[in-house]
Design a protein around this ligand. Structure first.
Ligand SMILES: [Zn+2]
Length: 322
């Protein structure tokens, strides 16, 4: 019996593991040049994009990076691709996501915007916490400024625009006579930078290939270090609406619900967005996170109850005349 187990074990060990590959499905040939460009750009710059997204905890960044090479990307014409929806990721669909190519083309998205869309959907696949009104951004415009996935999308697009600029010179490099010469990196590596040994990191801790925090001091004055086996990460303290949190005291404004700082009272929204026309809406247990509901909404705008509308009437979540 032992022999059989040993043989089985040997077979398992010598069987080559086929790494899952990046797949593109159902996209017509006219879109492939743009898609290939965007995928290549991400392959080459993913570390820089993730390092610049300081508001996303390392554990999600690791997932994004790990899951990227085995993505299945599908071009879709389904109902979900309507209005200005450029892509979607179905809950529980893991590493598959959909691009709405007709929308991407009709809205004249640039290649860097496409890079943003790809990373946006990838962030969903990695379960980065989102705002309650993530999918209703046109009615809730503040969401684009606070939601972690939209903020990531912006960072990614900026990195792309910057690096596609022919005059771009990377930080830490000096341009001499047309050649880019890396200048010697003085000191130690900052958090999130790639490492192979503890001694390379300013924090003296290299976890799974990246410099991670070792104690609260490594995270700066507005973050704390959460210790997790193999991979510590910084969580902001004094977080504002939309920021990642683990517990209520991580939020400087409001409270922590499902890993996001959300409003607790009306003034949380009002001070956050500099307008008195907000209240804190509380969908209640099982109905998702609290969110900031605009008030004094004109007809056609989004509402949750009658008093949100100028007209005094909210019907099917839209303000209508009385
Ligand atoms: Zn999204």
């Amino acid at each position: 019996m032992k022999k059989i187990i040993l043989i089985l074990l040997l077979i398992l060990l010598v069987t080559p593991v086929h790494a899952k590959k990046f797949k593109v499905k159902n996209c017509d040939s006219s879109s492939m040049a743009d898609i290939n460009w965007a995928v290549d750009f991400i392959d080459n710059n993913i570390d820089e994009m993730l390092a610049e997204a300081t508001f996303i905890p390392g554990k999600y960044k690791d997932k994004i990076k790990k899951k990227w090479p085995s993505t299945t990307l599908k071009c879709s014409k389904k109902k979900k691709c309507s209005g200005d929806t450029m892509g979607y990721h179905k809950k529980g669909s893991g590493n598959k996501f959909n691009l709405c190519w007709d929308q991407i083309r009709d809205f004249n998205q640039t290649r860097c915007e496409l890079v943003g869309i790809l990373m946006h959907e990838k962030a969903h696949a990695a379960n980065v916490p989102i705002e309650k009104k993530h999918n209703d951004m046109n009615a809730y415009s503040y969401v684009s400024n606070v939601d972690l996935v939209y903020r990531f999308d912006d960072v990614v697009e900026n990195v792309c625009t910057r690096k596609s600029d022919p005059n771009y010179v990377p930080t830490g490099a000096t341009k001499t006579g047309g050649d880019i010469v890396e200048s010697g990196r003085a000191g130690k590596l900052a958090l999130d930078q790639l490492c192979s040994e503890h001694t390379q990191c300013a924090s003296s801790k290299c976890g799974k290939g990246r410099c991670v925090c070792d104690d609260n001091n490594d995270c700066g004055s507005k973050s704390r270090c959460i210790k997790k086996i193999g991979k510590n990460y910084c969580v902001p303290t004094g977080g504002i609406i939309g920021d990642f949190c683990k517990k209520n005291s991580d939020c400087g404004i409001g409270k922590c619900e499902k890993k996001s700082c959300v409003c607790k009272k009306d003034t949380d929204c009002r001070t956050s967005f500099g307008s008195t026309n907000f209240r804190c809406a509380k969908p209640g247990l099982g109905f998702g996170k609290n969110f900031c509901q605009p008030t004094s909404v004109s007809n056609g705008g989004a509402c949750a109850k009658n008093s949100d509308c100028n007209s005094g009437k909210c019907k099917k979540k839209k303000c209508v005349s009385k």
